[in-house]
Write a protein that binds this ligand. Structure first.
Ligand SMILES: Nc1ncnc2c1ncn2[C@@H]1O[C@H](COP(=O)(O)OP(=O)(O)OP(=O)(O)O)[C@@H](O)[C@H]1O
Ligand SMILES: [Mg+2]
Length: 503
């Protein structure tokens, strides 16, 4: 068998961190190769080096036997490497075919001849069994279909090595199965796939070989036949898998948050959420399952006062807050873990001390009588979050952008839970964190819940929802279409309500 990629002694350091420490392993052509490891282990850094986004300090990279010295992703693309990022990079208002040719044809889009490209794209989608109507607008596609367009886009540029960074995080179980079928098909036609995931079940299902990284080093590469979830977990964190959380809880009869007949303001002819009625008690976790883009984002922003409501009321502990500003809502004790930690949860160009203040600028903790910023409190609290949530960082003076994705997430989650809120709105709280950190965050959420915190948990991770929720709803096209019993529902059942089947 041929080797698609040789990674030989690749090292890369950042100030205070050795992100890749003399990493060496091979990737066989026409296989699916998974890369797993804790947050901050160096996975993304290695992928960025492979894709020409970052240059290694040392080491050699060979693609199909030839030494590669990439100056930019453009060089990597010409060497046949493509990358699908976790956040899709498609233009929502353009069609599928326009997105696929975008960037290849430099002429003005309105002048691009559709007839020139459509046959090629259609052939490609047939060849790789990735069916899609090329004339549809991206906005009208589901998440799984958008991902298919991203893959087609990369293949259209001639990629035969495909890097997928946590591709399943946004998919429901049925879509994951579909993606896996597609990947197997690609591999049977000679494409090589590199796949990053924190979900060991998936890795065991799809990968031919699995490389484990830890603290910047390559711990080992095992074939699927020789691996198990237990073996991988031990290689990753040096101990067995954490156990899933139990759900013993004391739910109070006092209201924490209540939504009454809430309707969002229509935008572009669509009502983002409709007739939402919810009652969350103190000491209760209310889960909402849904495929991204079904109104969760607008609903959470409405609770925060960032998105307008057309009608209805919001109460926090029996006090109506519907008309309060976001700042006032924050001061009444609403905490928020936003789904997009980079654009909403952090100011990435600021350090962790400054980021701990975010959202609480005018609270007593961080603002003196004379409106001076209380940096001493910020410094202490940011250190506490770093310690309590095992955030890997050289110190709290480090800029947020220098943290790995999962460590940024842990910091935001810690800041929001530890700030002693009355109510917590948690959107995808464990997306992108490793299994150890996920268990830690689950424990912290349960602990806070047991102390009387009311939580609205919006998540695409069905195990998380089933494991943590005291009550559970499915949101579809802006409506709460179904309430399920968390102890009885299965991920497949949830998945079918989430995709509009089974309603
Ligand atoms: N641009 C940067 N500047 C400074 N440090 C960085 C930068 N990029 C990564 N690092 C550091 O390098 C280490 C490895 O980060 P990397 O993003 O590769 O981890 P990862 O394995 O992808 O983690 P995750 O699962 O959380 O995404 C981390 O300690 C991180 O803080
Ligand atoms: Mg990463």
């Amino acid at each position: 068998m041929n080797t698609a990629i040789n990674i030989e002694n690749i090292s890369k350091s950042f100030p205070g961190v050795l992100a890749n420490d003399s990493v060496s392993f091979d990737i066989t052509s026409g296989t699916i190769h998974a890369i797993v490891g804790e947050n901050g282990a160096g996975k993304s850094t290695l992928m960025k080096i492979l894709y020409g986004m970052q240059k290694p300090d040392n080491g050699i990279l060979k693609i199909n036997g030839d030494i590669a010295k990439f100056q930019s992703p453009k060089d990597a693309i010409s060497a046949g490497i493509g990358m699908v990022h976790q956040h899709f990079m498609l233009a929502d208002n353009l069609t599928v075919w326009e997105n696929i040719v975008l960037g290849i044809d430099s002429s003005n889009l309105s002048k691009i001849k559709k007839s020139k490209y459509i046959p090629d794209i259609t052939d490609l989608s047939k060849k790789y069994s990735l069916p899609i109507d090329v004339n549809l607008t991206i906005d009208d596609l589901g998440v799984g279909e958008k991902q298919r367009v991203e893959i087609l886009k990369v293949l259209y540029r001639g990629a035969n090595i495909l890097i997928l960074d946590e591709p399943t995080a946004v998919l429901v179980p049925q879509e994951v199965e579909e993606l896996f079928e597609n990947l197997k098909n690609l591999v049977s036609q000679g494409v090589t796939i590199l796949f990053i995931s924190h979900k060991l079940d998936e890795v065991m299902e799809i990968a031919d070989r699995i490389s484990v990284m830890r603290g910047g080093q390559h711990v080992g590469t095992v074939s699927k036949e020789k691996a198990s979830k237990k073996i991988l977990a031990e290689m990753m964190i040096g101990k067995d898998l954490p156990t899933p959380p139990s759900r013993e809880t004391l739910i109070s009869s006092e209201n924490c948050l209540q939504l009454k007949d809430l309707n969002g303001v229509p935008s572009l002819g669509k009502i983002p959420f409709e007739d939402i009625n919810l009652e969350i008690k103190k000491g209760e976790i209310c889960g909402i399952a849904g495929v991204e883009g079904n109104g969760q984002r607008e609903l959470s922003e409405a609770i925060l006062g960032l998105y307008p409501v057309e009608s209805g009321q919001i109460f926090l502990e029996d006090i109506e807050i519907t008309k309060l500003s976001t700042r006032e809502r924050r001061l009444t004790g609403i905490s928020f873990i936003p789904e997009d930690r980079q654009s909403q949860g952090l100011v990435v160009e600021s350090n962790l001390i400054e980021n701990i203040i975010l959202g609480k600028q005018s609270s007593n903790t961080y603002s003196s009588k004379f409106k001076n910023v209380l940096f001493k409190n910020a410094s202490k609290n940011s250190k506490d979050v770093v310690d309590n949530y095992e955030v890997k960082t050289p110190n709290v003076q480090t800029l947020a952008l220098a943290l790995s994705g999962g460590n940024q997430q842990k910091f935001v989650v810690g800041r929001e839970i530890d700030g002693k809120p009355t109510f917590l709105l948690a959107s995808q709280p464990t997306r992108g964190v490793d299994i150890g950190a996920q268990a830690l965050i689950w424990d912290k959420l349960k602990e806070a819940r047991d102390m009387g915190l009311g939580v609205l948990l919006i998540s695409a991770d069905l195990d998380e929802l089933l494991g943590l929720s005291d009550k559970l709803y499915v949101i579809y096209e802006g409506k709460l279409v179904k309430q399920l019993e968390p102890t009885e529902a299965t991920p497949e059942q949830l998945g079918s309500y989430m995709t509009g089947l089974g309603i």
